[in-house]
Design a protein. Structure first.
Length: 269
């Protein structure tokens, strides 16, 4: 069975050795492709370039807005080792780089080596008890939200009514609307699909553009929705960080993320 995410991330080789990676419609937030989608899009080409199964760690810098349209990914294998390959990649349109990425690829195995985990999955209501994230109340989902089935924890939905909880935290569930299982490539998308934590700290002031995003993949998820929590500790200098933990249905931490983003400035009174 073909799924939307597979169709939207599958690269094909160009004659010049680059990868044809157009950006399709409806993976966007207000006209520009979501940052997690762009990471998955480019990482899929980098993965094909090196022939490894999983992204292990991926860092992306966002250089220009990326609306739907033609694009290609230029990849270079920096190191091809026994366990891991290091690859660089750039998403290019009309000679202009939209994003630049460095990634490490291999086979993620949660059972390899010693194990020491001192954190636990966040405790919040199950998937069925969390309301779907809406573009706006009563309206059909648009853009990225038309592809995903995301649920926001009730206590973290204040921003949707124009309010704020006063805490820079966003929690909820992530899965694909068409039933596609979340794999290690899908975790890259999940890490940047939730509303910014600042929306619950200050209320909706505008979007929070990502400057840099890093995702560490820690395990291959078991089937089922992904439990996610994102928090921010420092907002200063017009920027903020956002740390994420992603957990599967077995209680395994499957990914961790950190992004640096521009913080919208307060409107003058």
């Amino acid at each position: 069975m073909s799924h939307e995410f597979d169709d939207a991330t599958a690269p094909s080789r160009n004659a010049d050795g680059s990868w044809d990676t157009p950006i399709p419609e409806r993976w966007d937030i207000m006209g520009n492709a979501n940052g997690g989608y762009l990471m998955a899009r480019v990482a899929a080409a980098m993965r094909a370039e090196c022939g490894r199964r999983d992204p292990v760690t991926v860092t992306m810098h966002y250089l220009s807005p990326a609306p739907a349209g033609p694009a290609r990914t230029e990849c270079r294998i920096v190191k091809d080792g026994r366990r891991l390959a290091v690859v660089s990649g750039a998403l290019v349109r009309e000679g202009r780089e939209l994003v630049r990425c460095t990634g490490v690829f291999g086979d993620v195995d949660v059972d390899a080596g010693d194990r020491h985990v001192t954190v636990a999955p966040p405790d919040f209501p199950p998937f069925a008890e969390c309301a779907p994230r809406e573009t706006s109340p009563g309206a059909p989902p648009l853009g990225l939200m038309s592809r995903l089935d995301m649920r926001i924890v009730p206590e973290d939905r204040a921003f949707m009514a124009g309010g704020a909880t006063g805490e820079a935290r966003m929690r909820g569930w992530f899965t694909f609307r068409d039933g596609r299982p979340v794999d290690t490539l899908g975790l890259l998308l999940a890490a940047d699909s939730f509303p910014p934590t600042l929306m619950n700290l200050f209320g909706p002031r505008g979007w929070v553009p990502t400057v840099e995003l890093t995702v560490h993949v820690r395990a291959v998820p078991v089937p089922g929705p992904i439990r996610c929590v994102f928090t921010t500790r420092v907002v200063q200098g017009g920027m903020c960080e956002e740390d994420g933990e992603l957990w599967d249905e077995s209680g395994t931490c499957v990914a961790m993320s950190r992004q640096l983003a521009l913080a919208p400035l307060a409107q003058p009174q």
